[in-house]
Design a protein around this ligand. Structure first.
Ligand SMILES: CC(=O)SCCNC(=O)CCNC(=O)[C@H](O)C(C)(C)COP(=O)(O)OP(=O)(O)OC[C@H]1O[C@@H](n2cnc3c(N)ncnc32)[C@H](O)[C@@H]1OP(=O)(O)O
Ligand SMILES: CC(C)C(=O)C(=O)O
Length: 800
């Protein structure tokens, strides 16, 4: 059957109340009402499979935990289950002293008796009696006229009074009485008032004390009108019922028009004191009013709701399992999608909102002001309900850069610059479109790591920084201006893995990044310049790290061109050292830029292009012996290599080169009896100095010698210098480890200079040595350098 073109031939509109002086529209509710949960009665009676005693017990405990002080637990006359459940609660003393047990009964003597019996012995009980008062029910269900309806209510109220008085006398149970004219909203307003006046008189003991007041529960049993009509009806009732102070006006909205919450809120403005409803809106048909929704509406107005949903998920779990009904994903406050934004503009606003709020809160904190929650699209802080921000932003093809950047910030701690957000957004968009699915956080972080070669060896790109040193040297002041100090130039010396092979590279620039780019240009033929750079810190205290972001463009363009260039690549780097984070960011961007481009191979070049030749030879030593030669040693060895190659007409293989290195520096070559050998040694503290003592063999003669210095090397020189003609001193020293775990060794590089009186030229030589003991490696390196300098020993006097 189609819908009617003119529904007025079938449905009557509601009759508005003539209340021209209504006050409620300008009232503001400033405190939460008394709440009654009727989950275990109205909610339960609406279930296909009403709850078992076990389920009701679990639910009851949850309601107590949420803070309900009035709970309608059953319709005890309806079933053994309900009756026994109530008895169980009482007999097992499961009811806190401040909680009222409410039970429902129709206006029938036998059923009232059974109901009072159910609660006998409990501390506090509310007997809730109802009978139908509206014309349709009067005529159709009860076939009673108005007088008979009032008489029924009076008679059974008196029965309730008598039975409860007897129960109080016998068991000490304290009673309140609640009466519901069903369905209030469809009852003539003056008749609803007349019935309630009659019931109040019949009850005979309503007073102004908190526990003396009679409860008139005014149900919108079926929601048949807009919420303003309910508010008018409630205001009219409150204004016209006598002894208002002796009455609790209670609301019992249903949700047939989907306006249960609105009706309750307007009716509270109209003067009601109490609300009956169910968690998440279970109940007959479309349900009772949702108390969680109402309570949290109060909360988000800054009003304490007197109910606690700070672990809303545990409440959802109990309610859904006991009711065996799901909660809609869009259900206010509780649905799994209600704190989630998929769409780009929402995500962007939320991200900006969090940033702005952080700043606002910091300022408010300083001024001792309230830190108000004010985030676009999020009326409540999910954390207040025990939810995480995890699901606030979820990404699909409708999402924008802001949301994606938010997730990167949340999960990787990176605050991407705006232009990089745009660049990464297109990466995600492409995947989301192609795969036509939601992008989970892990999809996004993995795409980020893969795109920017970020996050450890697993994501390493074709170029990866292995070690580096940045040195400063004064720049030549081209202006010749002596008043201002000249800027310093930066020298980059480092090793970079290039497609798995270690390469030693050197470069110079105004700063570390341009020095690295210069090194890439020189050694790998990669020409890029930085167009944008930014950085921020991650974390605090000793664990603080720097995150750097760079945008590079092709080199060889002038500033104007490079500013306009539409082709650019972004990179990111994180490191405890800020220079390292910037260098990593450059390599990350370069990795994107080079794609599959073939890079110049590592070759043995001993020609006159010293910059790359020197580095290539250092790279070969690094790859074969794992030795990271200091810059000056590279230069020194390079000269040796060039001489060697010249003597052999340029013929030099990789293995020749390695042998040449070992031979030159006596590296990993068994010690041959030299002019000075250390056989055994001991280091010990001597005041704030170090004392070295040991057995030395000088020109084949064993000597026990000792000396002190600031460290082992100066202590050794203090031993050697008195034995030789001239003076040895350390010009440069460095060390690093090679190998891993128990195989780890220290390698020391020492450059000694040798001054001999009468010789105009000071001689220098390098020594390289490795040992599992770092002191021994340093001492050995000194002795190798000394032997290479051909120091002449003084003659031995008296065995000394
Ligand atoms: C709006 C609400 O939610 S009201 C609460 C509704 N909840 C329930 O009905 C759940 C529990 N109900 C039950 O278990 C049963 O209906 C019982 C035990 C109360 C009564 O069962 P029965 O005696 O078999 O009667 P039945 O279920 O047919 O109820 C209808 C009878 O009760 C009468 N009745 C209905 N409401 C009331 C009332 N509030 N006061 C007095 N009598 C009433 C009807 O007029 C009808 O009487 P009739 O048999 O003389 O025509
Ligand atoms: C018993 C009454 C209050 C009721 O449940 C209703 O009218 O919906």
């Amino acid at each position: 059957m189609p819908m009617l073109p003119d529904p007025s031939i079938k449905y009557k509109p509601y009759t508005p109340l003539n209340l021209p002086d209504r006050q409620w529209p300008s009232k503001v509710v400033k405190k939460a009402p008394i709440w009654l949960s009727t989950d275990l009665r109205d909610g339960n009676q609406a279930l296909a499979n009403p709850m078992t005693i076990e389920q009701k017990t679990i639910f009851f405990k949850t309601l107590i935990k949420c803070g309900f002080k009035e709970i309608e637990v059953a319709y005890p006359a309806a079933s053994e289950t309900d009756f026994n459940f109530v008895r169980g609660l009482i007999e097992q003393k499961q009811i806190p002293d401040d909680v009222w047990l409410q039970v429902l009964t129709p206006a029938r003597e036998d059923l009232i008796k059974r109901t009072v019996e159910a609660v006998a012995g409990t501390k506090k009980a509310i007997i809730h009696m109802y009978n139908a008062t509206c014309p349709c029910f009067r005529d159709v269900v009860f076939r009673n006229n108005k007088e008979e309806t009032i008489a029924l209510a009076i008679k059974h109220t008196k029965i309730v009074r008598q039975l409860t008085d007897e129960c109080t006398a016998k068991y000490g149970t304290q009673f309140k009485y609640e009466y519901s004219p069903e369905t209030f909203t469809q009852t003539e307003p003056e008749f609803a008032l007349a019935v309630c006046e009659a019931v109040k008189t019949a009850w005979g003991k309503a007073g102004p004390g908190e526990d003396e007041r009679i409860i008139f529960n005014l149900p919108a049993t079926v929601e048949i009108a807009p919420p303003n009509h309910y508010a008018d009806q409630i205001e009219n009732f409150c204004r016209n019922i006598s002894e208002r102070e002796n009455i609790v006006v209670s609301l019992h909205p249903h949700n047939d028009r989907g306006q249960g919450c609105a009706a309750a809120e307007l009716a509270l403005m109209a003067g009601a004191d109490r609300v009956e409803g169910c968690l998440f809106g279970n109940g007959e048909r479309t349900g009772n009013v949702d108390i969680v929704n109402l309570a949290l509406n109060f909360y988000t107005q800054g009003i304490t709701p007197n109910l606690d949903f700070s672990d809303i998920q545990s409440v959802i779990d109990v309610v859904t399992s006991c009711n065996d009904l799901p909660i809609h994903p869009r259900h206010p406050y509780a649905g799994e999608l209600v704190f989630t934004a998929f769409s780009g503009s929402h995500q962007d606003a939320i991200k900006k909102g969090f940033e702005a709020q952080r700043i606002r809160h910091a300022a408010a904190e300083e001024k001792g002001e309230i830190k108000y929650w004010d985030i676009p699209y999020l009326p409540i802080d999910p954390a207040d309900l025990g939810c995480t921000y995890e699901a606030v932003i979820r990404v699909n093809a409708q999402s924008g850069k802001g949301g994606i950047a938010y997730l990167i910030q949340q999960h990787l701690g990176l605050d991407l610059p705006r232009k990089m957000q745009i660049a990464f957004y297109s990466v995600i968009q492409e995947i989301a479109d192609r795969e036509a699915r939601e992008m989970m956080v892990e999809d996004i972080t993995t795409a980020f790591r893969t795109s920017y070669k970020f996050g450890g060896s697993k994501y390493e790109g074709r170029l990866a920084l292995k070690s580096f040193k940045i040195a400063a040297e004064p720049a030549i002041d081209s202006n010749g201006n002596e008043d201002e100090p000249a800027d310093e130039r930066r020298l980059f010396d480092g090793s970079v893995s290039v497609d798995g092979t270690l390469r030693v590279i050197h470069g110079e620039g105004n700063g570390p990044l341009s020095a690295l780019l210069d090194a890439l240009r020189t050694h790998l033929d990669l020409d890029f310049t930085v167009r944008e750079y930014s950085e921020h810190s991650i974390g605090e205290g000793s664990s603080v790290k720097a995150a750097s972001y760079v945008e590079i463009v092709r080199g060889g363009q002038d500033v104007k061109e490079s500013r306009k260039s539409s082709e650019s690549w972004w990179g990111v780097g994180v490191d405890a050292d800020i220079a390292a984070s910037g260098l990593r960011a450059v390599l990350s961007a370069v990795n994107s830029a080079i794609g599959d481009r073939v890079l110049p191979e590592l070759r043995l070049s001993v020609g006159f292009n010293t910059k790359s030749g020197l580095a290539d030879i250092a790279s070969i030593i690094l790859n074969s012996l794992q030795l990271e030669l200091p810059r000056r040693l590279q230069a020194s060895f390079f000269e040796t290599v060039q001489r060697y190659a010249r003597d052999r007409a340029g013929e030099l293989s990789y293995s020749d080169l390695i042998e040449l290195f070992k031979d030159t520096y006596r590296y990993e070559v068994p010690e041959t009896p030299g002019r000075i050998i250390i056989k055994t040694f001991k280091m010990q503290e001597s005041g704030d100095k170090k004392e070295l003592s040991g057995e030395f063999v000088c020109d084949g003669k064993s000597r026990f010698l000792s000396g002190t210095g600031n460290g082992p090397l100066s202590a050794l020189l203090s031993i050697l210098n008195p034995q030789i003609n001239g003076t040895l001193s350390v010009r440069e020293y460095s060390e690093h480890s090679i190998g891993e775990g128990s195989e780890v060794k220290a390698v020391s590089y020492v450059e000694l200079s040798y001054d001999v009186d009468g010789r105009s030229k000071r001689e220098t030589a390098w020594g390289v040595a490795a040992d599992t003991d770092i002191t021994a490696s340093g001492l050995k390196a000194v002795l190798i350098a000394a032997r290479r300098l051909n120091v002449s020993l003084k003659p031995v006097v008296n065995g000394q």
